[in-house]
Write a protein that binds this ligand. Structure first.
Ligand SMILES: Cc1cc2nc3c(=O)[nH]c(=O)nc-3n(C[C@H](O)[C@H](O)[C@H](O)COP(=O)(O)OP(=O)(O)OC[C@H]3O[C@@H](n4cnc5c(N)ncnc54)[C@H](O)[C@@H]3O)c2cc1C
Length: 469
């Protein structure tokens, strides 16, 4: 034992204060446990500090700027629309501060102790926490690991001066003139759109044959069209191979559909995925089961093979999303308190805040076919929705999938304005075991974007009103 080290006992020790860890801590405290949270950086984790929230703030600012430049068709002329990027960053920083401060207040209100520092397991019941020169020990009855993930670094593009991860890209103080985005997944597309809207010349290199590879091809196609309007160059089937630094930037070499391409830019943004923070926790040393990718193996309650230790969020299998982390956090806390809670993943929404927005929940047509499910589909266009047209956003559609015969709602894919909000109704429908008729017979306020789900249900049932069969 290091001299001066002393041991504190808690019921539940949570490691990591991201959307998984802080939610788990609050729920465990609500259920009567004494809770402490170890955090080596900031409360709120990636989500609040360098992920979901700052990126959405930047997306909103870029969107507002773009809209302000294109209002003539509505009879409004604005002159002198300018961006003060440093001010945008300041505004974004304020939102982050407000939210992370909110987590701090909730911790205080729920009597949750915050332990600054980095946790390392020494046994199944104890961690050491390193904070500067201080080392303290914490013994726990139960532990919830929620240490999240970090950007994957490509060997040929080490993070540094000209090569940014999403974290640095979100905190640039000046707008880059040009940027090459390696990786056309949701983070690359969201941030690429932000820069393009602010006037940066953006080039996207994506290895797959479409951007946003996880989504049905029709959806990214609309996004691609918009990106091209913003003068973004998209190379699919593109393998970034190397780079050469110049006086003012970099030259990236890539193989695109078998041919060598060189792209010059001020910065490179690498968004090729994220890796779980399980390598420096000491979990392997205490015998915890991990997958080949370093994800912690858990059961339906989030319990690892060490019965009093749970794991949630980006460090366990499944999509790396904040709402999944929080959901798992609640389940794990309840399981520790003896409740029969279990995860059920049939309706995890996935949203990309690109332009137009993309959202999906449940299963899509391809998955229905693979599972041998007989299904019906209703695909309703935003162009036939009055509200969409009145907010100047008539592109896209909602596609609703139901089981043939029972008409149970199975899933939806939405591309269009406010897809991120509209998808929630379908998530609830799946969760509740609702049918297409339930959606059809729900009175949706008019004129609203939400009416598209009702119209899609009518279409799937074969009696649409606002489009022809
Ligand atoms: C740019 C970007 C945009 C995103 N946008 C979205 C979005 O729109 N919607 C969405 O759902 N998801 C989004 N995500 C993903 C989302 O941020 C993550 O899925 C989510 O934050 C995972 O939550 P978590 O609690 O598992 O971990 P994290 O949020 O990663 O938090 C883990 C915490 O643990 C701490 N920690 C790690 N190791 C230790 C240790 N040994 N000791 C103490 N503390 C430790 C870290 O400092 C961190 O604060 C985005 C991510 C990025 C990067």
């Amino acid at each position: 034992m290091v001299v001066g080290e002393f041991t504190t006992e808690v019921d539940v020790l949570v490691i990591g204060a991201g959307p998984g860890g802080y939610v788990a801590a609050i729920r465990a405290a609500q259920l009567g446990k004494t809770v402490a949270v170890v955090e080596k950086a900031e409360l709120g984790g990636v989500c609040l500090n360098v992920g979901c929230i700052p990126s959405k703030a930047m997306i909103h600012a870029a969107h507002t700027y773009e809209h302000a430049q294109h209002t003539e068709s509505m009879g409004i002329t604005m002159e002198n629309v300018k961006v003060d990027f440093a001010k945008v960053q300041e505004w974004k920083g304020g939102i982050v501060k407000q939210l992370t401060g909110g987590v701090g207040s909730l911790f205080k209100g729920n009597k949750i102790q915050v332990i600054p520092g980095e946790a390392l397991f020494v046994s199944e019941n104890e961690v050491r926490v390193f904070h500067g020169y201080d080392v303290n020990r914490y013994r726990f009855e139960h532990c919830i690991i929620a240490t999240g993930s970090r950007p994957i670094e490509l060997p040929a593009f080490p993070f540094g001066k000209r090569v940014l991860s999403s974290t640095e890209a979100l905190s640039l103080t000046e707008l880059p003139k040009s940027i090459v985005v390696i990786g056309g997944g949701y983070i690359g597309i969201e941030l690429g759109t932000v820069f393009a809207k602010f006037g940066t010349k953006v080039t996207i290199l994506e290895g797959a044959d479409q951007i946003l590879p996880g989504f049905e091809p029709d959806m990214p196609r609309l996004v691609e069209r918009k990106l091209k309007k913003l003068d973004v160059t998209i190379h699919t089937k593109a393998l970034a191979q190397g780079m050469e630094e110049t006086e003012n930037g970099v030259i990236v070499t890539a193989e695109v559909k078998g041919e060598q391409v060189k792209v010059e830019a001020e910065y490179i943004l690498v968004t090729v995925g994220r890796r779980p923070n399980t390598d420096e926790l000491g979990v392997r040393d205490i015998g915890m089961n991990l997958t080949d990718r370093g994800l912690i193996v858990v059961d339906k309650q989030g319990r690892t093979n060490i019965p009093n230790v749970y794991a949630i969020g980006d460090i366990v299998p499944g999509p790396a999303l904040a709402h999944k982390a929080s959901y798992e956090g609640k389940v794990a806390a309840e399981a520790i308190a003896g409740h029969p809670s279990e995860v059920d993943y049939k309706a995890i929404p996935a949203v990309v805040f690109c332009d137009p927005e993309i959202a999906s929940v449940g299963i899509n047509e391809k998955e229905a076919k693979e599972k041998g499910i007989d299904y019906v589909v209703g695909r309703f266009p935003f162009a036939a929705n009055g509200r969409a047209l009145s907010v100047n956003a008539g592109e896209g559609y909602v596609k609703l999938i139901g089981e043939k015969g029972t008409n149970l709602v199975l899933g939806a894919q939405i591309v269009g304005v406010e897809a991120s909000n509209i998808i929630a109704e379908i998530g609830l429908a799946i969760e509740m075991g609702a049918t297409l008729e339930d959606i059809e017979l729900t009175i949706h306020a008019h004129p609203t974007l939400g009416e598209v789900t009702m119209e899609a249900a009518e279409l799937a049932l074969g009696h649409p009103i606002h489009v022809m069969k």
